[in-house]
Design a protein around this ligand. Structure first.
Ligand code: FES
Length: 104
């Protein structure tokens, strides 16, 4: 069953930056603001042990992992550039009372 997790205040998710937030299972999510909308993906690159919040660069809806320059579309999780081939997990985001929530 889906569990709702409150991550942070919505105004902490800033256009052009990547906000890392912890999940109850000990992993992290990466939050992005694109054209006013907030998107959430797994923080760990699917190609290696790189945190996208720490090592990634967001440009439009594409995040680049600077370890090997692989890219993903953060709105879908789909890989858009080699060497990344496995999609990133994405999470539905809602903002309630100014707080970012996801279903995990
Ligand atoms: Fe991210 Fe290799 S670890 S592209």
């Amino acid at each position: 069953m889906a569990e709702t997790v409150v991550l942070c205040a919505a105004d902490q998710v800033v256009e052009g930056e990547i906000k890392q937030a912890p999940l109850p299972d000990g992993t992290n999510v990466a939050l992005y603001r694109i054209a006013g909308m907030i998107y959430a993906t797994a923080d760990m690159c699917t190609h290696g042990e790189a945190s996208l919040a720490e090592e990634g660069i967001i440009s439009g809806k594409i995040v680049e992992c600077t370890f090997h320059f692989g890219t993903f579309d953060v709105t879908t999780g789909e890989p858009t550039g080699m060497p990344c081939e496995i999609p990133l997990k994405t999470y539905p985001v809602t903002v309630v009372d100014g707080q970012v929530q996801i279903e995990v």
